[in-house]
Write a protein that binds this ligand. Sequence first.
Ligand SMILES: NC(=O)c1ccc[n+]([C@@H]2O[C@H](COP(=O)([O-])OP(=O)(O)OC[C@H]3O[C@@H](n4cnc5c(N)ncnc54)[C@H](O)[C@@H]3O)[C@@H](O)[C@H]2O)c1
Length: 352
Amino acid sequence: MAGQAVQRSGATGEKKLGVGVIGIGWVAGEHIKAYQQNPHCEVVALASSSRENAQAAAQRHGLPGARLYADWRELLRDPGVDVVSICSMNHLHAQQGIAAAEAGKHVLVEKPVAMSVEDLRTLRRAIEQAGVKSQGGFELHWSPYFQSVHSMIDAGFFGDLHYAECDYFSGNWEQWYAGYDWVKTKEKGGTALAAAGCHAIDAIRQFIRSEAVEVFAYAGNFTGVMEWDPTIVTLIRFANGAIGKVGCALEGNVKYTFNVRLHGSKGTLVNNRFRTTFLDPGLEGWAEFPTILPDTPEVTHHPFPGEIDDLVKAIRADGQALLDIREDAKTYEIMFAAEQSAREGRPVKLPL
Ligand SMILES: NC(=O)c1ccc[n+]([C@@H]2O[C@H](COP(=O)([O-])OP(=O)(O)OC[C@H]3O[C@@H](n4cnc5c(N)ncnc54)[C@H](O)[C@@H]3O)[C@@H](O)[C@H]2O)c1
């Protein structure tokens, strides 16, 4: 059923995948640009509750022929749409992702893919039953920095990792984020991890390369800028014995900072500095590697093309995207367990 629609021909005569984008705000522009850079895709439809908003985006991105829908369900009925990017507000993601899969569309769901365990399971079931390809919205994985760290882990720079920390710190949302009015609410934004911290959970899970077996978290709301607790610290025990900490602070005067610390039997990484006996057993000092650190929330800086190219490759080769729902769900299980732990004041075992 998936990807049946026959599309426009490219220069080589190849049929291009028709792309539809739902929710035309800040991040949607970067998804559109990334699809436009991929030679196998053509953005053919945009859905926004405001037609003027969709029209302005079509003009801005040079898409005069794009079909514009005020109702996202109509976009899902468009036979020319093969792939859907869901870039709407957090509380709509699961519902729209489920409907997209049921309509036979491949789907990229922005984070958070769901705001409850039940919705996560329903989304996963819908994607699996439809046999469509999926990708979660953790594009940082394709950043040059993350790729460098993965290469260092692969090469054995740190030996066996036994402790890791990843942090997502970013304050003053009320001053800079255009979506602040919806994201601050429990109904539409959800929680600190749903709004942002899930990026750091996904990072620690991917660097440790093991699944979480137990989680404990404390959370607090110290400034009242959000309805939900903007600060949460999560401790994780992994199946391979490693332990880790994810810090998430979205209030106060904090500059956006995404920290990565990895400690292993042969070395340590602190953001872009490392110490290792792998290169030289006698080496005592720190070495620094040139990279682009993930040090801004600005979406124009984020590596969406890598994430989208990976999904398109999976669709064309009938393979699995890196953050396919089965993989992505493991990160969200940690997120939901952390939120449950903070609410109940006790450790929570995984899988849920
Ligand atoms: N992966 C990432 O790095 C990343 C970065 C930014 C945002 N996101 C995710 O993308 C999604 C969209 O975020 P964004 O920053 O683009 O948000 P945004 O507010 O710019 O846009 C979201 C959409 O909601 C619409 N909208 C906003 N307020 C509305 C209202 N009151 N009523 C009806 N519609 C409304 C907007 O027109 C737009 O279509 C979020 O789920 C966010 O978590 C991910």
